[in-house]
Design a protein around this ligand. Structure first.
Ligand code: RTP
Ligand code: MG
Length: 143
């Protein structure tokens, strides 16, 4: 198994529900380590840039509006197979299809407001981490 990093976003709906700690707890108990974190309230430009790959999709406008509707918690998670492991903890994009015990089953209401984001591959993880964090802001494990 490879040690990987992935980008996590706790989205405005979940921050509004006051479950940042509960979600971090789930990451830690599944073997993922938080190596960088910050709270942000994205501008329209920042949200559009982050989701640029979706700009032709019909849900793009609603997605940007949602992601700018309140603060988010952005984190870098590190661990063995972190990208896949994180996606498993998150559950399916549509919470109606998310397995019991996943974050989206527990905290998401709809496909549009689905509590969390996670990078979908190591390449997108590298790009997404660099979108929000400088190298100096990432603090790998030392003990
Ligand atoms: P994410 O990027 O947020 O981790 O979610 P994902 O990979 O599971 O889903 P993706 O296809 O990348 O879509 C990004 C976000 O856009 C919203 N979405 N809405 N109404 C729809 O059909 C629809 N499809 C996607 C969701 O908020 C999704 O997380
Ligand atoms: Mg995605």
């Amino acid at each position: 198994m490879a040690l990987e990093r992935t980008l996590s976003i706790i989205k405005p709906d979940a921050v509004g529900k006051n479950v940042i700690g509960a979600i971090y707890n789930r990451f830690e108990s599944t073997g993922l380590r938080i190596v960088a974190a910050k709270m942000m309230h994205l501008s329209k430009e920042q949200a559009e840039g982050f989701y640029a790959e979706h700009k032709e999709r019909p849900f793009f406008g609603a997605l940007v509006e949602f992601m700018t509707s309140g603060p988010i918690m952005v984190s870098v998670l590190e661990g063995d197979d972190a990208v896949k492991r994180h996606r498993e903890v998150m559950g399916a994009t549509n919470p109606a299809e998310a397995l019991a015990g996943t974050l989206r089953a527990d905290y998401a209401e709809t496909i549009d407001e689905n509590a969390v984001h996670g990078s979908d591959a190591t390449e997108s993880a590298a790009r997404e981490i660099a979108y929000f964090f400088s190298d100096e802001e990432i603090c790998p494990r030392t003990r």
